[in-house]
Design a protein around this ligand. Sequence first.
Ligand SMILES: [Fe+2]
Length: 405
Amino acid sequence: MKYRALGSLVDDPQKFVEQPPLEPRVFGGSSAVLELLTTAEIDEVIARGGARTPGLTLAQSSKPAPTTEITLVRFSQEPDVRDLADPLGVAEYLQAGYSLTLNNLHRYHERLGRFAERLGYELASPVKAISFFTPPGAQAFTQHHDTASNFICQTEGRKLWRLYRPAVANPLDRHPWSWTTLSEEDRARLIDGPADMEVLLEAGSVLWIPRGWIHAGVTEDDLSLHVSFRVETSTEHWLTQTVMDWLADQRDFRQDLPAGFAASPELGRSAVKSVLEKMVDQLGETDLPAVTEYVRNAHFSRFIGPRMRPITDVLRGTEGTLDDVRIRPEGAVGHSWENGVLRVHLGSAERIFEGPSAVVVRDLLVEEPDDLLATAVARLGQADGERLVRQLAASGLAVRDSQTW
Ligand SMILES: [Fe+2]
């Protein structure tokens, strides 16, 4: 594996993949971090009308600005325009000390899309990109935890981070941050106690915040722009739920519970007991390879699909020279090899390669040769090599160098 993305964030990507740090860690980063996103690009997205609510939000101390005051809903009745950001409204809230968040930037910002996709490929988990701009002397969010680990990549200015040990170990989506469910001790240490770690993150540096670690960032006399790469790992709880989904395909688990099962503790107990027994029986007879395949596919389908241009890459993909097409393994989220058949998982889709080209595709994905066409032609001959390269491009597994996507 070539760690093209992770290697620009952390010092030892191989070690990071084997054991992601369980405590927050600052990495020196690289010049690549500075190039991820600029305030000029944020301005451009908003000024050109590329930002919409609810993807765009403004918040101060965890309090959101009203949508009606930051969108064109005030000025237009057209349904496809109403949720567009109003640049002037956004500016007014920034002047008042609010911070600006753009969610899911990997979906529509070219460079971040490519970077998040590659990072997700290297970490074998879907990765989302979210940007946070904070004016000087402001705080977007008070202390909170997130339900996924994040790389905080400081691209402009600086931000002071206070980090506290988790109150909820490994929180899931069902454990969103809430002050009301905190214990007295946790509340006291967050309000009165010193932070467990304090970090002034400078532009170019990266802060890793593991899932559950409580954090709050403030700006002092400088502004701050950072990109968060949210790493959406699959958890044991997710696997358990996925196995339950698989069980739901067994008709035996779709019957109604007896009417009134919750009317008394006894009836409830007997219903729970009988279903649990059935579950244990069923799981005892589980076809392990079948359920594993189901779980793997469910994991792959959590990734966004192949990133390709429908007109140029697919509709017109058979035209033009192939000299500048390069392999792009991050277009796939995984592949499996069985009896000479290569199944390449593309998130929402799957491509199957058989025969001599299957072996070649597998090698290309692993080796990432610089010269794709020459390698394919050397292995398969001129006609089949060219055909394969066009096929890869139409699947999002190869891309023209001249294009950035
Ligand atoms: Fe956060």
